[in-house]
Design a protein around this ligand. Structure first.
Ligand SMILES: *Cc1c(COP(=O)(O)O)cnc(C)c1O
Length: 714
């Protein structure tokens, strides 16, 4: 649908009649015409309706101010100014860089005017479409016949079969026709970086402030491996955030490297406070190299930025001080940071090159921008060996990439470019801040309990990244460095009752997992659930309706909780896990039951201590996995883990941070780690439906958990 907005000067016949003619003509050409009431109405329309592809207005009334304002929202949007013949143009509009076309109010010129508007629309679409996507659209439009893979042949194979036809109709013709083989030469190649693919990479690098960008069609899981394979040769030592994504553990399993872990701090809620500055210091690294068997000075470092809870580092400081050849910021969760000034100095690609260092940033485009699943990017700043890097790239890339994913990666970059992208970011930041204020307001006016938000105190929260200043009470971190960590406003952490800021457990509480299950039942998926905290992401896809429905669901939870509804009624999916157990149980009994278990086990303290002392690395992850492949492993109960070397990574969700890495041994000193795992198992055993998913631990029919350890190594 193409929409043209017309702002005319009504009441003057000489002006009304030509516009009326134009209206008819444009309708015949499949445009929809909208007449905004006033300038505000027009701006609202342009801001909120992405299908507007032109604005017609009366120059004599509005002159240059109107197009300037519109351009602030979308500098590419064509504008058509009508003026009566006598008006002189007072300014040279070309100088302003406005996409402005002039017409005179005249009779019998409508065909010519409509034709020029159509050309304007075509040029507009051409200007906003990025190169690869444009080439793909064109290819599909031309409807060429191919005799190569994929075997569905533009969908025709599906249509030969009854079930295939259902599939075809569900996904639609363009999904089929745009799924084409690498042998279509006019689209270039993702693996050779040629043709429109290469143009897309350049386009993306330009948008993301990188020297070089790569599109990855198998997620940041793969992007991380590509970067690591290239930056850390076998035998080298690397610095790895202990709070790393499992793809980095997989990298260390594939490549024979020695890890030294950065140790992030955490607060009582289990929110990770990031890696303190002392961890980046030369002396700390020197001491760790000495303690670690087989380690040498690290060549490469990997840092999760932002953390899972939305904390961003002052990356400038890290880039300047950390003494390694290359630094990789795993920014899977923040692909948008280059498009708002509030993230300046807090992301991998911000600023200029750092002499003698290569900076990598990997982003899951699909996570918080608009792209298909698995869409990911690698951005690089600094000198690197392009051909060797490409060997690592190709090693992890299918020789048959999905062009729909490629086009979506590129289109997400196009969406973020220019003023329209800036508006998208501004709106999502404002929406998040508004939501935060709303929660605070309800809490302040509520006589009993309500959810709280994790954010700086004070009424007037500016829409920016909030510094975790040392000593400030709200964040709950004891030793935070000045100017080091910042909270991203769009990552909203809600707190449930049960624990205060110092980690003191209250008499009564509502564990967050219960709220998460309730929200799930109401069609709202929580991003991450801690013991008493829930994370929500206000990405560009969150509109007013979605924010409101979350607010409503939280209110509904409070209402149902306060009237002490039955579990069966409030959490039917939990009830169904074991109807006999939950029969007659009410929500407050369930909440307090789990809360009591958490209190008994001193969860906050235990979690803190569980991550405080790292297990001992007996062999690196690569060697441990090789042992597993050679069958040199056995299964033991979790309780028998002390003194044994784990073959796998053990990682509970929540908090989604590895507790034990492959090749590591728990010693007596690590008893809290073991107790933490045991506690997670116990909650699940007591309350069906509340089992923690523990990667690397296997639940046996008797309800106990086992892990795989390496034989004959103690
Ligand atoms: C999700 C995630 C990844 C993996 O990204 P995918 O695009 O899902 O493959 C890597 N690192 C971090 C920190 C993540 O959160």
């Amino acid at each position: 649908m193409k929409i043209i907005a017309i702002m005319n000067h009504f009441g003057v016949l000489a002006k009304e009649a030509p516009i009326e003619e134009l209206h008819k003509k444009l309708l015949a050409e499949n445009y929809r015409i909208i007449y905004p009431e006033d300038v505000d109405d027009l701006m609202e329309l342009v801001d909120n309706n992405a299908k507007v592809c032109g604005v017609v207005f009366d120059w004599d009334t509005w002159s240059v101010l109107l197009p300037k304002n519109i351009s602030g929202l979308n500098e590419q949007l064509p504008m058509y100014a009508f003026s009566s013949q006598r008006t002189q143009l007072e300014i040279d509009v070309d100088d302003l860089g406005l996409n402005l076309h002039f017409f005179e109010y005249a009779f019998d010129a409508v065909d010519e005017i409509a034709a020029r508007i159509q050309r304007g629309t075509d040029a507009y679409f051409d200007a906003i479409l990025p190169p690869f996507t444009k080439a793909l659209f064109r290819y599909v439009d031309e409807g060429k016949y191919t005799f190569c893979t994929p075997g569905h042949m533009g969908g025709t194979a599906f249509q030969q079969s009854p079930v295939g036809s259902l599939f075809y109709d569900f996904f639609g013709a363009n999904t089929m026709k745009s799924d084409i083989s690498v042998s279509v030469s006019e689209l270039g190649s993702l693996l050779d970086h040629s043709g429109p693919h290469r143009e897309a990479e350049n386009y993306i690098a330009d948008a993301f402030n990188a020297d070089r960008s790569y599109m990855v069609t198998n997620g940041t899981s793969t992007a991380n491996k590509i970067v690591g394979m290239y930056a850390a040769p076998a035998g080298s030592t690397i610095l790895v955030d202990r709070n790393c994504h499992k793809s980095l553990t997989h990298l260390m399993i594939m490549s024979d490297v020695t890890p030294i872990y950065f140790r992030p701090t955490r607060n009582a809620w289990g929110i990770l406070g990031g890696i303190p500055r002392s961890e980046f210091a030369r002396e700390t690294i020197e001491a760790r190299v000495k303690q670690t068997p087989g380690a040498s000075w690290p060549v490469h470092a990997v840092i999760t930025n932002s953390t899972y809870d939305g904390l961003l580092y002052n990356t400038d400081y890290i880039k300047q001080t950390l003494d390694v050849k290359s630094i990789h910021f795993d920014s899977a969760w923040v692909p948008y940071t280059n498009f708002s000034p509030i993230y300046k100095g807090l992301c991998g690609m911000s600023g200029t090159r750092v002499p003698g260092k290569v900076i990598y940033e990997t982003q899951s485009t699909h996570k918080l921008l608009a792209a298909f699943s698995q869409a990911s990017m690698i951005h690089i700043k600094g000198e690197f060996e392009e051909e060797t890097f490409n060997e690592a790239f190709m090693m992890h890339t299918s020789t048959s990439p999905h062009y729909g994913i490629v086009a979506s990666i590129e289109t997400s970059a196009a969406m973020m470019k220019g003023n329209t992208g800036k508006r998208l970011m501004e709106n999502s930041i404002l929406r998040a801040v508004r939501f935060r204020k709303e929660i605070k307001k309800i809490k302040a006016s509520s006589e009993s309990w309500f959810f709280d938000v994790w954010q700086p105190e004070g009424e007037s929260l500016a829409p920016c990244c909030w510094n975790l200043t040392p000593g400030a009470e709200w964040h709950g971190f004891k030793n935070i460095d000045e100017g080091h960590m910042f909270l991203d406003p769009i990552k909203v952490t809600l707190l449930t009752p049960g624990m205060d800021k110092q980690g003191k457990m209250e008499e009564q509480g509502i564990p967050a997992s219960i709220v998460a299950k309730y929200l799930d039942q109401h069609g709202i998926i929580v991003e991450k659930t801690g013991p008493y905290n829930l994370l929500f992401l206000f990405s560009i896809g969150i509109n007013k309706t979605k924010a409101l429905s979350l607010l409503r669901a939280l209110n509904d939870f409070k209402r149902d909780y306060d009237r002490n509804a039955f579990v069966k009624e409030m959490l039917p999916s939990v009830y169904e896990q074991q109807p006999t157990f939950y029969a007659g149980m009410r929500i407050q009994e369930l909440a307090n039951g789990i809360h009591k278990l958490i209190r008994q086990h001193k969860l906050p303290e235990l979690m803190f201590r569980a991550f405080e002392t790292l297990p001992t690395m007996v062999m690196n992850p690569h060697a441990a996995f090789q042992k597993e492949l050679h069958g040199e492993i056995e299964e033991v109960y979790v309780d028998e883990m002390i003194g044994r070397v784990s073959a796998n990574m053990i990682l509970p969700y929540p908090p989604g941070v590895p507790l034990v890495m492959p090749g590591e041994m728990l010693t007596e000193e690590n008893r809290p780690t073991l107790e933490f795992i045991q506690m997670l198992c116990e909650i699940g055993a007591w309350y069906p439906g509340f089992e923690t998913d523990i990667h690397g631990a296997y639940r046996q029919p008797d309800g106990r958990y086992t892990v795989k350890v390496i034989k004959n190594v103690q």
